[in-house]
Design a protein around this ligand. Sequence first.
Ligand code: HEC
Ligand code: HEC
Length: 245
Amino acid sequence: MNLDLKVRTAFTLPETIKSFSHVTAATALLLSVLLLGTLPAIAQYPDVRAHDYDSENGEEINELCAGCHGEFGQGGGGGEFPRLAGLPAKYLAKQLHQFKIKERNNMVMSMYATDREISATDLLDISIYHSQLKLTTIMPDVTPETSALEKLHLASRIFNVARYDGDVERGRLFYSKNCAKCHGVDAFGRGSTPQLTGQFTEYIRTQIGNFQAGTRTHKGMDRYIKPMTAQDIEALLAFLSVADD
Ligand code: HEC
Ligand code: HEC
């Protein structure tokens, strides 16, 4: 309960400050220093680790997300809606927070990432919920006794990005030189850095474009992504599409 309050405070603070549009920037800065000064323990981003996870709440919120991201967080729309299943909770929470504060923008997703739709507590519950959903790339073994319904359930958790034509070897080389140290040698992610393989090709392409255009930013990554040529991107997408096979 205490924690909930802290998280909420962390979320509402910057909004509160922004809403006093008549105060000067200097006053706002002073105000924020004073306010934040009294709450030194509050992180800028939602703290997944300290959260008291409510799986039932996660499952309930997922009904809102499933229309686009799928019941199992498998995404859809040919990559318009990214896969969320199995992505690091800390990463997912950060993205939702960024959509909320408009640091990351997407016309569709931004309609859902609001305080009204997803409270601070909901944001943490749904991020942990999605991070724990598992997808497989192959159909698990079934026996003659496996019911049709069960098979359907198993099948809906299979997620395999279609092979994308291109120079896989060039992509592999480019990846290991420029991306592997953060996204993991196998592209399955590392710590809170998201996996790039097992994600829709078209989604990854859009995001690379966003980072290159500066509409989405991550300081530490810009110098690796910005110089990518069209050929680098094509080769990388080909490699990523088969890296999880
Ligand atoms: C109406 C469709 C729609 C609904 C409903 C929706 N989303 Fe999204 N979501 C999107 C789109 C589109 C994107 C891709 C945004 C982009 O390209 O930057 C996205 C992206 C995301 C991302 C970023 C993924 C990544 O790899 O960075 C997260 C996290 C996310 N959504 C969480 C949620 C959650 C949680 C819910 C439910 C509370 C939800 N979304 C509901 C359409 C939707
Ligand atoms: C210095 C570490 C680092 C390097 C090197 C790096 N990345 Fe990243 N990447 C990150 C982090 C951290 C994020 C999450 C950004 C955020 O929190 O918004 C990310 C996010 C991404 C995303 C968005 C994924 C999603 O689900 O929306 C893409 C695409 C991406 N990186 C591609 C690349 C490519 C391609 C390379 C190599 C050219 C690369 N990155 C190199 C750290 C790195």
